[in-house]
Structure formats: C-alpha cells, structure tokens
Design a protein around this ligand. Structure first.
Ligand SMILES: Nc1nc2c(ncn2[C@@H]2O[C@H](COP(=O)(O)OP(=O)(O)O)[C@@H](O)[C@H]2O)c(=O)[nH]1
Ligand SMILES: [Mg+2]
Length: 173
C-alpha cells in the first residue's frame, strides 16, 4: 500500500521476478501475484492495491489473515505517517494473528534518504514495532534486505504451524 507512483508495483514486479518498468503504468483496480519461493519454502499470495482507495475496502475479506503489509513511500512525510498508522490499526483489528508491517522507502537512487528522514522513520518504527528498509526498485539496492525482512516475518508462524501439526498427530495416536 502507498501513494500512487511510489513504486508499489515496481517492487512487486521485482519480487515476483519480472523486469523493472520505466514507463508509469497505473494499476487499475487491484493486481494479484502468487509465487512459490523454494529457498524459503513459502507460497506467497500478494495483493497490489493499486487503483483502489484502500480505506473504502479495509473491512473486506482481503484484509483478513494477512501476514505482512508493505507500506511503500518515495518520501516519508507526515501524510504517510498518519495514513500508515491509521491503516495498520484497522488491519490489526481484523486479524487475530500477528501482522508484520514493513515501511519501504523506495526510489533511493533518485531521492537519497537524508539523516533527518531516516531518523523520523526509525522513531516511528520503534514506537509502532514496524520494520523499515530503504531501497530502489530500479537499481535493486537493498533488495536482498527486503526479502530477508519479508521472509523472516514468517518464521514465528512456521513454528506455530509445526506445533499444531504435532498436536494433531498425537491426537490420532
Ligand atoms: N528512479 C526510480 N524510479 C522508480 C523506482 N520505482 C519505481 N519507479 C518509477 O516510478 C513510477 C511509478 O512506479 P509504479 O511501480 O507504477 O508505482 P505505483 O503506482 O506505486 O504502483 C514508474 O515510472 C517507475 O518506473 C525506483 O526505485 N527508482
Ligand atoms: Mg501500481
């Protein structure tokens, strides 16, 4: 999620192994991606809420059973700060399991992040327990960090799943 043109689709294209697109192609409605990441043993289902006013659909089933939300911005300003906080509260309210939030400050090749902006994001993430990465979907700078943050978010849940499996097996034994 994030402002139009912040680079949401470009980041997802990169994650789902497609090329970087230089021309801006606004996402109409919503895009869906699915991929099995064999290295992490994870089947990722991903929604790109491009041309949708997210606040209007926040109570829809799309937001239930969410594991990770990427909040994308090309500058971290007060507007983004407020809207990310509001969205994260609504999403947390609908999910009984832990949801991981990651702020992705994109376009670092074009607008390098300043110390002031970085400190502002650090403070915000510290208080709200979000993760934070700055990267460039264009040059792929720090993209490996995004993958690590994304997939490490699942490790607690994987442990929970294996515990549940064990108890199911012992019930049958
Ligand atoms: N320089 C630069 N341009 C980017 C980067 N990421 C996206 N863009 C460009 O920004 C525009 C909007 O990107 P897009 O992914 O469609 O944004 P969305 O509306 O948030 O999905 C496109 O022209 C992209 O080529 C980046 O990291 N660096
Ligand atoms: Mg888009």
């Amino acid at each position: 999620m994030g402002n139009p043109s912040s680079g949401k689709s470009s980041i997802l294209y990169r994650l789902f192994s497609r090329e970087f697109q230089l021309a801006y192609m606004p996402t109409i409605g919503m895009d869906y991606y699915e991929k099995f990441f064999s290295k992490y043993n994870i089947l990722a289902n991903c929604l790109d809420f491009g041309g949708i006013d997210v606040i209007d659909v926040i109570n829809s089933p799309f937001f239930k059973e969410v594991d990770v939300v990427l909040f994308v911005c090309d500058i971290f300003d007060n507007y983004n700060q407020k809207s990310f906080l509001k969205l994260s509260h609504s999403i947390k309210n609908q999910n009984s399991q832990k949801v991981h939030f990651i702020i992705v400050r994109n376009k670092c090749d074009l607008n390098p992040i300043t110390n002031g902006e970085s400190q502002k994001i650090d403070r915000f993430c510290g208080v709200n327990e979000f993760k934070y990465i700055h990267l460039s979907a264009k040059t792929m700078q720090n993209f490996d960090l995004l993958k690590k943050a994304l997939f490490s978010s699942f490790s607690d849940q994987k442990e929970q799943i294996s515990c549940l499996n064990c108890s199911t097996i012992s019930d049958y034994n």
